[in-house]
Design a protein around this ligand. Sequence first.
Ligand code: PGA
Length: 257
Amino acid sequence: MKRPLVAGNWKMNLNRIQAITLAAQVAQQAVHWPTVHVALCPPAVYLDVVGQVLRNSPVALGGQNAHWETAGAFTGELSPTMLVDVGCVFVILGHSERRQHFGETDEMVNRKVKAALESGLRPIVCLGETLQQREEGQTQEVIRAQFAGSLADLSLEEIRQVVLAYEPVWAIGTGKVATPQQAEEVHALLRELLRNKYNEATAQAVTIQYGGSVKPENAAELLSQPNVDGALVGGASLKAQDFLRIVAAAHAVLEEE
Ligand code: PGA
């Protein structure tokens, strides 16, 4: 595995004090596992204060969404340059909750990915099938379509800045994790799609995270899969000890290789 990326997606959780406390705990202890790249994605309203807590720590800051324009009359939206301004390195884009509840399409995600890259952010682009799609045998087709649409027209330099996150919708927040084999199958497909569109070196350089009910108990097995380069963690990232145990698991897997 290349240097793994373990990112916490806090979603719409925590208050200001809880956000500061959790970030401080993670920042303080992440130094024990320097082999792992760690990032936290708090709610937008806490980005600034969490960014201050993470300053001078090895933990990176990420947003959970951004618009495709850099400024203008878009009430309630945040631009990628604003995220950069408060210290973000990453931004999650195309999360299934945004696709499902806010009508984000591959085309919109693609515009956001391009704008984020232009602003100097590294997008974490989420892809994944629903339970119905999996049961109907459409997983590969869905992944191929999301890959083609969300990542359309990116140069070789740009795709290298992108992190992919395979997040089967049926595994998100359900406690129903994909088996390591199910995860590896899709990760290998994503690697192949990268290889076919770009080249072998680029395919190997791109980080592909798994997300969906990652917990301290199942992290090592998932991260041991050849094409799983990290984890995007929701629920388990809200408790410092759980999240740090996932970071520790990523470190241990890397050490074993
Ligand atoms: P979960 O969420 O770990 O709570 O399943 C993962 C995600 O949505 O990124």
